[in-house]
Design a protein around this ligand. Structure first.
Ligand code: ZN
Length: 374
């Protein structure tokens, strides 16, 4: 799905095509109590008070997402091709739960690189990919069976798969529960499901908050945790067999700590200034809105903003933090960017100490393996 330029379609059935009405139940626990955490890029992000699931609310319309992906979202073919070693490791990891292999389905198969590797490793493979262009590449270049459609519409036989993988797909979907239920029907009893999503309760998410690189609506709509995703899976007919977190592609803990320290210092500066001026100064946002800040935090190249989303949500746009004119702020962002190679080096040298911490809930990437119950 990372390549997708199409919309994540609503599940078949029609009724779910429209955004659920305000006050409807939590995807995971059914609660209708929620608290707003913040507004990012014009999209309010809530936390369910029943189970802790975080999510964009209301769910953007299919059209809004379609416009967003068409304008702003593309991952290069080269980047997928370069991920060979990582993909082999991920498939080997899946095989711990299914050493006898069998028939494998990948949802969000992109250009087919991981499926082609899985085939080389002895799996009989099929895929689904929303981007018609990427799916066509997978078929033509690798000769793979990849359907350029939504999972709900792909002509796949129920009960015909021994394993399924969703690597950073679920957080993009308008209806993750519909996807999980569909997978429950496609897998044989005992079949293995492997999911990777951002970990909403990671160290980085806690300290960076709205500026956590994965807090990027409307690309990401759902923010799962070690408790919420397993609960959803259990409710959809799965037995959860492994839950783990790891660093993933994100920042290291040192970089996040720097981000937190800068944020705290800035808050302090604003408080002091406000006090000095009798509380008359409106507090500016702690960071400028937009991807410039995100890029600085993530240490990556800037991505274009979502003009469609902003236009469609004009009232929301008023909630965005106004960019501040602070030169201090800009210097801090530059400093963060310059610090990245240093903190990366530090993280490499202290890997032995960081890895156990990142595996125990602090890492940015959440991995869950589950078996289809008989
Ligand atoms: Zn809930």
């Amino acid at each position: 799905m990372e390549t997708s330029t199409d919309l994540p379609a609503a599940p078949a059935g029609g009724a779910a095509a429209a955004a659920p009405p305000p006050g409807s139940a939590c995807l995971v626990c059914g609660s209708t109590s929620r608290a707003q955490r913040f507004v990012q890029r014009g999209y309010p992000v809530y936390r369910c008070l029943g189970c802790g699931l975080q999510f964009v609310w209301p769910t953007p319309t299919a059209q809004e997402l379609s416009d967003h992906y068409a304008r702003n979202y593309a991952v290069s073919l080269e980047r997928y091709a370069a991920a060979r070693e990582r993909n082999i490791a991920r498939i080997a990891e899946l095989e711990r739960w299914r050493p006898e292999r069998g028939r494998l389905l990948e949802v969000g198969a992109a250009y087919g690189h991981s499926l082609a590797l899985a085939r080389d490793m002895g799996w009989d493979v099929a895929g689904v990919e929303l981007s018609g262009a990427a799916a066509a590449y997978a078929r033509e270049h690798f000769g793979l069976e990849v359907f350029g459609s939504d999972l709900g519409e792909a002509p796949l036989e129920p009960g015909s798969f021994d394993a399924a993988i969703l690597w950073h797909v679920l957080e993009h979907s308008r209806d993750p529960k519909a996807q999980i239920l569909r997978l429950a029907s496609l897998l044989r009893p005992g079949g293995v499901l492997g999911i990777r999503v951002p970990n909403a309760e990671s160290f980085g998410s806690r300290v960076a908050g709205v500026w956590w690189p994965w807090m990027c609506p409307p690309t990401h709509l759902w923010f799962f945790s070690r408790s919420t995703l397993p609960r959803l899976l259990r409710d959809c007919g799965f037995e959860v067999v492994e839950v783990r977190t790891q660093r993933g592609d994100g920042n290291n803990l040192y970089q996040y700590t720097l981000m937190w320290a800068g944020h705290a210092l800035n808050e302090l500066r604003l408080r002091l200034r406000t006090r000095g001026q009798g509380g008359a100064v409106p507090a500016p946002a702690p960071l400028p809105a937009g991807e410039r800040a995100e890029a600085a935090l993530a240490g990556t190249a800037a991505r274009p903003e979502a003009p469609a989303a902003a236009d469609a949500a004009a009232p929301r746009a008023a909630d965005r933090g106004a960019p501040t004119s602070s030169g201090l702020l800009q210097r801090w962002l530059d400093l963060l960017q310059r610090a990245q190679p240093l903190t990366n080096a530090l993280a490499r040298h202290t890997r032995f100490a960081l890895e156990p911490i990142e595996r125990r809930g602090w890492g940015d990437e959440l991995l869950v393996y589950a078996r289809r119950r008989p």
